[in-house]
Design a protein around this ligand. Structure first.
Ligand SMILES: NC(=O)c1ccc[n+]([C@@H]2O[C@H](COP(=O)([O-])OP(=O)(O)OC[C@H]3O[C@@H](n4cnc5c(N)ncnc54)[C@H](O)[C@@H]3O)[C@@H](O)[C@H]2O)c1
Ligand SMILES: O=C(O)C(=O)C[C@]1(C(=O)O)C=C[C@@H](O)C=C1
Length: 310
């Protein structure tokens, strides 16, 4: 794979940025790698580990002369970062992001970017519950989708270049409308996180009743929930605050379904439960057949030394 961008600036050096750096470096997609992070500790780690070729103190310095700037901060911080870098961007460069929500990020970032800069939002559908500059690994995006969410007037060459960059990191690239993205991701990613947070919260509330048995006898189902519920609190706070409409829509439906099952259990309606669980089982099998299952025992774990989020 040949070089796609001569100079790439990463703003925010956590799981996603560090994975992009490793994946891009392995495939020779990027020339000089410049990075910056809000905390001095993260910047020091990035310099010490050689994660970036250049580590700058500010985002404004980092984007100077960059051909691609990738915003890798929590969704709620994207607007402030865009405001800071706007006046320092190289004309003709591409600004992208990796935020888990798209419409709110577009609204927050776009007003701060000057004419002549290509803004092309993106979202890799890959992650782990870990965070920080040491949590990334080159394989994170392999065989996973990255959704690119371009506006109608996006320059085709700039778009093709960003697509090549993501494909070079092993991702399957697809294009999607921002509103559609936010609804689909609410179902496939955001709501499951909210449910996991809630379930682990319930277990925690019950701790006094069950002593520490919830932890001791934790079965596979609950363990999977605790992994998801260990994800970064800032990232997920921002996701829900910035995707409120879809959250309300899907949460409403979820509560209705939960009450339907509650009623069936109360009434002893085994047929309804059996039919329901048969339908959901088919969905799981469909995902596996489509090659989308990523729950193999070691997927995304044992990589890097990132902190467990939370
Ligand atoms: N973790 C995932 O599973 C995942 C997957 C896909 C996309 N994303 C998205 O990628 C982005 C980054 O997530 P991550 O998992 O790499 O996070 P992370 O916590 O590992 O890293 C975030 C980085 O942003 C910096 N930061 C935090 N608050 C900031 C602020 N207010 N101003 C400036 N910098 C700030 C942190 O110092 C850190 O360097 C988020 O928008 C998230 O929604 C995450
Ligand atoms: O595997 C995980 O830990 C994740 O939660 C990753 C996950 C997801 O829900 O699949 C989380 C947020 C994203 O924006 C994209 C991917």
């Amino acid at each position: 794979m040949s070089r796609v961008y001569d100079r790439v600036a990463y703003i925010g050096l956590g799981l996603i940025a560090s994975s992009m750096i490793h994946a891009g470096r392995r495939a020779g997609l990027q020339g000089e790698i410049v990075g910056t992070a809000r905390s001095a500790e993260t910047r020091a780690i990035a310099a010490e580990d050689g994660l970036c070729d250049v580590v700058t103190e500010t985002a404004a310095e980092a984007v100077k002369d960059a051909d691609l700037v990738v915003l890798c901060v929590p969704v709620g911080a994207m607007g402030a970062v865009a405001e800071e870098i706007g006046p320092h961007l190289k004309p003709g460069c591409t600004v992208s992001d990796v935020g888990s929500v798209k419409r709110a990020v577009i609204e927050a970032v776009k007003p701060h970017l000057p004419e002549g800069v290509h803004f092309i939002p993106a979202h890799p559908l890959a992650g782990t519950e870990h965070s920080g500059p040491r949590s990334g690994f080159a394989e994170l995006f392999e065989n996973r989708y990255t959704l690119i969410v371009p506006e109608g007037d996006t320059d085709p060459q700039a778009l093709a270049r960003l697509e090549r960059f993501w494909a070079g990191m092993g991702a399957h690239v697809e294009l999607m409308e921002p509103e559609h993205h936010d609804l689909v991701l609410m179902v496939t990613s955001h709501a499951p996180h909210l449910i996991a947070y809630t379930m682990v919260g319930v277990a925690d509330d019950l701790r006094r009743v069950t002593d520490s048995e919830v932890i001791k006898y934790s079965a596979a189902g609950f363990r999977d929930f605790t992994r998801i519920a260990a994800s970064d609190p800032t990232m997920w706070r921002d996701v829900f605050l910035n995707n409120r409409e879809a959250t309300m829509e899907i949460l409403g439906r979820f509560i209705e379904e939960l009450m339907r099952l509650q009623r069936a259990i109360r009434k002893g309606d085994g047929d309804l439960l059996h039919e329901y669980f048969t339908r959901t089982r088919a969905i799981r099998r469909g995902i596996i057949q489509a090659g989308q299952d990523t729950s193999a025992p070691d997927f995304g774990r044992g990589h890097g030394q990132g902190q467990s989020k939370g």
